[in-house]
Each structure stands twice: as structure tokens, then as C-alpha cells.
Design a protein. Sequence first.
Length: 218
Amino acid sequence: MKEYSGQKICEKIFEYTELKNLKILEIGCGTGRISSILSTKTNLLVAIDPDENAIKKARANVSGIDFRIGSGEALDFPAAFFDIVIFTLSLHHQDSQKALNEATRVLKTGGKILVIEPIPEGEIEIIFSFLHNENKEKYFAQNCIDMSGLKIGKSEVFTSDWVFENKIDLFNSVFEYYDMPFDYDTTKEISNFLGEKINSDPIVCEDKMIIQILEVET
């Protein structure tokens, strides 16, 4: 399996904001997949994730980034500390309202919050929902953005691809992604959803995301 979403996310971030010489906080960095690309544009990147094992892997594999264990719901930083706060596919994984409030608190005057979230209607998102449905959390996260009082300066839906060698690669990859045991009934649901595409070689599935640039109203 090959997925190009991380690179596409970073391209969109670079398109919408300058990172050089700015103090950046990435919330939900995981093992540093996206952090490693962001760090090519700034040497002032702090990246947090609540998963201790993920942070250990990030520290071992990526240099030049201040990786820390932490939650977006309770940021261990003083007020007005960062120029930019970025949620990389992570806002819906926590109490979105608390996380946005905390991001606003640590943001400098004139700073920006960038939120990148998966869209439930995307092809790869639908496939993953057969294993673990997070649609309720994703819709709630968007509602929190809309009700936050923050100005949405820019918003764009964009896509990327996940490429699987064949259906065996697809099934193995999605179950491994969630560290779940193989389930035949779930593979049938995925196959029915993809239709004739399930027998393609390779199988290309669309990943659908949205980037929103949030600013404090003045």
C-alpha cells in the first residue's frame, strides 16, 4: 500500500501559510509522518500526541523536532506562545471544543489555526468506517469549528490517493491500520462498496479532506 495524503496535506499547508521563523505547534502528530515534512520549512516545530509509543517512534525516526506527549484538550504551554497551531487529522479524536479553546489560548495575536480533517464521504473514509466508524466525531468536530467564534479565513476540500496492489493488500492494510483481526464479513462489505473496482490491479481509492484556516475575530 502507498498513500500520498501526508504529502498532499503538507502541500496545502505550505500553500496557505508561511512557516519559516514561526513557532509552530502540531497537534496529533502520531509517529511524525507529517511532522517530518513540516520540519523542512521551519526549525521551530513542537509536535504532540497522547500516544506514548507513537512519540517514542517519532523521536527515534525524526530529528530536529520537539516531540512531546500531550493532549490538545489541555496544552502544557503558556498563553500566546505559538504563531500557528495545526491539527493534522486529529481534531475529531478529542473533545473538539476544548481543543479549539486551548489552541486559541496558546495562539499569538494575529496567529492562525489550521485544521485538516477527513470528510466522511471520501472513498477511503467509507472503507475505514466499516472497521471503525468515526463519522459522528467528524461531524461534531466541524460543528465545533462553526460554533467556535473563530473566523474561517479560507476553506478548501482536496483529495489524495491510497494505492493498493490488489484486494489482498487492501484488506491487509486496512485491518493493520486499526490493529484489528481479519474479519470476512467486513471484507464483503468493502467489496460490495467498491464493486468491480475490488478486482482492479492496482486499486486506487480517493482520500477526501478539508483544510480550514481559522483566525481570532478582532
